[in-house]
Design a binder for this molecule. Structure first.
Ligand code: NAD
Ligand code: UDP
Length: 311
C-alpha cells in the first residue's frame, strides 16, 4: 500500500538512508530537517524523485502536515554536536517528541521513535536487555541527550496509555556507514578520516572501553520491520549488532584496512563515557526474526570507500 511517510531528521546519516529505502519501496516521503548536523548533499540524489519532498523545519515548533506514518529521528547524535547546545538538544528530544506525538494523535498515524542505547547510561547490566532501567547521570554533560531521549520514551508511552496511539520505540546502538559527517566526532568517522589523512588516531582514555557497531543497512532493515510490525507490539526494542569491540581493536581494524601510517595517540576520556555497551538482541530476534548480516570488517570497507570518495 502506498503511504505518505514523514521522516524527521531525514537529511541526517540514518534519516537519508531511511528516506532512500522508503522511496525504493514505493512510498511518498516527506523529509523534515533543520540541517543542524547534516548537509543537503545527503539527499540531493533523491530530489529528482517526484515522491520525495523536503521541508526545512525545526521540530521544536509545531508541524502541520498530512501523513500516515512518522519516523522521529530528528536529534543530533554525536556527543560533540549534542553537547554544543545542550538546551536545544533537550528541546529537540522533548518538545520535538511532544510536537510529533501531537501530530500523530491528530492524524491517527503510527509513530516510531529513534531512541538510543544511551538510555542505559553507563550500564551495570551487560549485555543490556530492554527491561534494564539504566544507570544515567541526570546532571552531567551527556544528560541533555540521555535524559532527553529517556523523557521522549516516557512521552511515547504516556501517549500510548492515555490516547491509545500506535507507538514503536527502538533503542539504537552505535551505527555507522556512508554519509556519516566527516567532522561528526563519532569514533568510526573520526578514525577513518584520521587514518585516510595519515593523521594521529585519537583514542580517548586507554581504549579499553567497548562499543558494538552496526552497519547502517542492517539498521534500516530492522527499523522498517519494526514500523510495520503488529500494532500491539510497542517495544522498546534493542536494535544493533552484538559484536563487541574495544576502541583500540576498532582503531587497529581501521589502520589495517586503510593501510595507514597514522599513529595512535591517547587523549583524556570524556566525562561519563560509558565503559561497556552491547545489545542483547534476543527480543528483536524472536519478535521480528531479525539479526544483523554485515560484520564490522565488511561495513568498515564500505565506509572507508565512501570517505575516500568524499575527502
Ligand atoms: P545525524 O546527526 O546525522 O542526524 C540527525 C538529523 O536531525 C540531522 O539531519 C539534523 O540536522 C536533524 N535535526 C537535529 N535537530 C533538529 C531539529 N530540532 N529539527 C529538525 N531536525 C533536526 O544523526 P544520526 O546518526 O542519523 O541519528 C538519527 C537519530 O538516531 C537520532 O535521533 C539519534 O539520536 C538516533 N540514534 C543514532 C545512533 C547512531 O549510532 N547513529 C545511535 C542511537 C540513536
Ligand atoms: N572515541 C575515541 N576517539 C574518538 C572518538 C570517540 O576514542 O576520536 C571513543 C569515545 O570516548 C567512546 C567511543 O569512542 O568511548 C564511542 O564514541 P562515540 O562518540 O562514537 O559514541 P558514544 O557511544 O560514546 O555515544
Amino acid at each position: 500500500m502506498r503511504e505518505k511517510i514523514l521522516v524527521t531528521g531525514g537529511a541526517g546519516f540514518l534519516g537519508s538512508h531511511l528516506c532512500e529505502r522508503l522511496l525504493a519501496t514505493g512510498q511518498d516521503v516527506l523529509c523534515v530537517d533543520n540541517f543542524l548536523t547534516s548537509s543537503r548533499e545527503n539527499i540531493t540524489h533523491l530530489t529528482k524523485n517526484p515522491c520525495f519532498e523536503i521541508l526545512r523545519h525545526d521540530v521544536t515548533f509545531p508541524l502541520y502536515v498530512e501523513v500516515e506514518k512518522i519516523y522521529n529521528l530528528a536529534c543530533p547524535a554525536s556527543p560533540i554536536h549534542y553537547q554544543n547546545d545542550p538546551v536545544q538538544t533537550i528541546k529537540t528530544s522533548v518538545h520535538g517528541a511532544i510536537n510529533m506525538l501531537g501530530l500523530a494523535k491528530r492524524l491517527k498515524a503510527r509513530i516510531l521513535q529513534a531512541s538510543t542505547s544511551e538510555v542505559y547510561g553507563d550500564p551495570k547490566v551487560h549485555p543490556q536487555t530492554e527491561n534494564y532501567w539504566g544507570h544515567v547521570n541526570p546532571i552531567g554533560t551527556r544528560s541533555c541527550y540521555d535524559e532527553g531521549k529517556r523523557c521522549a520514551e516516557t512521552l511515547f508511552f504516556d501517549y500510548w496509555r492515555q490516547h491509545n496511539l500506535q507507538i514503536k520505540v527502538v533503542r539504537i546502538f552505535n551505527t555507522f556507514g556512508p554519509r556519516m559527517h566527516p567532522n561528526d566526532g563519532r569514533v568510526v568517522s573520526n578514525f577513518i578520516v584520521q587514518a585516510l589523512k595519515n593523521e594521529d588516531i585519537t583514542i580517548y582514555g586507554d581504549g579499553q572501553q567497548t562499543r558494538s557497531f552496526c552497519y547502517v543497512d542492517d539498521l534500516i532493515d530492522v527499523m522498517m520491520l519494526m514500523m510495520n510490525s503488529s500494532a500491539d507490539f510497542t517495544g522498546p526494542i534493542n536494535i544493533g549488532n552484538p559484536g563487541e569491540f574495544t576502541i583500540l581493536e576498532l582503531a587497529n581494524h581501521v589502520l589495517k584496512l586503510t593501510r595507514s601510517k597514522s599513529k595512535l595517540v591517547f587523549k583524556p576520556l570524556p566525562t561519563d563515557d560509558p565503559k561497556n555497551r552491547q545489545p542483547d538482541i534476543s527480543m528483536v530476534k524472536s519478535k521480528l526474526g531479525w539479526a544483523p548480516k554485515v560484520c564490522l570488517e565488511d561495513g568498515l570497507k564500505e565506509t572507508i570507500d565512501y570517505f575516500k570518495r568524499i575527502l
